[in-house]
Write a protein that binds this ligand. Sequence first.
Ligand SMILES: [Zn+2]
Length: 65
Amino acid sequence: MTADPGEGPHMRHVLGAYVLDALTAGETRTVSCHLQSCDRCAADYVEAAEAVSLLALLCEEDLLE
Ligand SMILES: [Zn+2]
């Protein structure tokens, strides 16, 4: 038997909330465990984190106007 993270439930749908720290402690632990074993979701997490930081930058600029 081989462990294939591709067969398990992926975390894409909660990555946005994970980046925003909007999950419960238990959910956060589940997601972070999954990210350590799943390259696909880890890559999606990086994308989501970048998108959120870009949004934060945009919002900051909007607030300065
Ligand atoms: Zn995954």
